[in-house]
Design a protein around this ligand. Structure first.
Ligand code: ZN
Length: 436
């Protein structure tokens, strides 16, 4: 029997109503946890619209750490059937608990995205994400089974075997970290395998690390497969919080499961639709560990226009970075990934760039050094000036700050070992904090 999704066709009014109702239930459950006990004293009648969420306190990763190991557990332990443990990139790991219902809803969230991308029970799904405490593997595994796919728990690593599995079993759907997808392509090339000809992959889900649209296109070209972005974090469940539809333009948040806010990370005020801010999420159905207004530190925008696919679940852009990377320039929040994204839209721009911020005459100055592509580099100064102006305009519209742009010959900017240093902030430490 083919899986069908009950939540995808909800209208905006139904979603709003449902969010308020589920939020009230969530608060009741959350109050049972030691961490939220006595901290959520908002009466049900004071929660009338989803915006009333702002009457509730925020929850941070530090709060989760302070509550380790069971501070946020809101269900009797005998109802818990799984625990995931999130290392995170900074600091100590935190635990996340799931009841049987939590796992069922999680699988349905991921399955919704698989359905939207066109996955069916006829597909062979090779899940190349790590199984274990990391949620990427198991999160998609049960969704693949729910969809009726023949699900191969390949887990991550052992690239030779991954390719062997794809060839032998005719895998049509993959779930993979984008940088690892490139590694698979590289090894295919070395082995004389043309993925477009020799493999049957048609749909790829990527997630687990921020990446640009350029990288997505490279994966699509390499495999000859449509590639869909997937967002999630273990504190919410794992992958499946938001996934792209067939339009490949923004990720629909499962708003019947998560209440989405996008806030300015400094003022904690909501940003306008289309503006960049921190994603803050409230679980609406979680039983074992409801979280209220959890600060993800992930930065994105809500796309203001309705999606042509018809879904009323709001879309967020791909993740543009972390709040930790945020630069404040002339009082405006700027994320390095925004600059990268704008630059990569311009054909004449090469691979390397360097962002410099300094403060001559007590005024912040943002300089973006841009290396040109080989064939775009011309000696004609008038053409170069026109190109420079075009880059300035593109960056200004993306950033709400007008940068200075300097063009460089291909290969002129320094290339570091390993992860490239893209940002040099020459302002005195602490000055950035004086803004805003
Ligand atoms: Zn859509």
């Amino acid at each position: 029997m083919q899986y069908t999704d009950q939540g995808i066709n909800l209208t905006r009014e139904q979603l709003d109503e449902m969010q308020v109702e589920l939020l009230r239930e969530t608060l009741q459950r959350a109050r049972l946890s030691p961490a939220y006990e006595g901290k959520l004293d908002v009466a049900p009648e004071d929660l009338r619209t989803p915006d009333d969420i702002r009457k509730l306190p925020l929850t941070s990763k530090d709060d989760l750490r302070a509550g380790m190991p069971e501070g946020f557990l809101a269900a009797p332990k005998r109802e818990v059937v799984r625990m995931h443990y999130s290392s995170g990139t900074t600091g100590l790991a935190t635990s996340v608990y799931h009841t049987r219902n939590d796992l069922r809803w999680w699988a349905e969230c991921v399955a919704r995205g698989m359905l939207a991308a066109g996955v069916t029970a006829d597909d062979v799904f090779q899940n190349m994400m790590g199984y274990g405490l990391f949620t990427g593997g198991l999160g998609f595994h049960y969704a693949g089974e729910l969809m009726g796919c023949m699900t191969i728990p390949a887990s991550s690593g052992n690239t030779d075997r991954q390719i062997h599995l794809m060839q032998t079993f005719g895998s049509t759907v993959l779930h993979v970290i984008p940088s690892y997808a490139l590694r698979v392509l590289h090894l295919c090339e070395q082995q004389g395998i043309d993925p477009r000809r020799d493999l049957q992959v048609r749909i790829i889900f990527v997630g687990g690390e921020p990446h640009t649209d350029q990288l997505r296109r490279r994966i699509e070209d390499g495999f000859g497969a449509k590639t869909y972005n997937c967002y999630g974090l273990s504190e919410m469940c794992g992958p499946g919080v938001a996934m792209e539809c067939a339009e490949q333009e923004g990720l629909h948040v499962c708003e019947d499961h998560f209440l989405l806010e996008v806030l300015d990370p400094k003022t904690i005020e909501p940003v306008e639709p289309g503006e960049t801010g921190e994603i803050v999420l409230t679980t609406l159905r979680r039983e074992a560990m409801p979280l209220i207004r959890y600060r993800t530190r992930d930065v994105a925008q809500v796309l203001p226009d309705p999606c042509p696919c018809g879904s009323q679940h709001r879309r967020v852009s791909r993740i543009l970075g972390r709040t930790d990377d945020m630069l404040v320039i002339k009082g405006v929040n700027v994320y390095p990934m925004q600059i990268e994204r704008a630059l990569m839209d311009i054909e004449e721009v090469g691979r390397n760039y360097l962002i410099e911020i300094d403060r001559p005459a007590d005024l912040d100055r943002l300089t973006v050094n841009v290396e040109l592509a080989q064939d775009a580099f011309a000696d004609n100064m008038r053409e170069l000036n026109a190109l420079r102006e075009r880059i300035v305009r593109r960056l200004s519209s993306e950033l709400d700050v007008t940068p200075e742009v300097e063009l460089h010959e291909p290969g002129a900017l320094p290339v570091g070992e390993g992860k490239a240093v893209r940002v040099v902030d020459k302002r005195k430490r602490g000055q950035a904090k004086n803004h805003g």
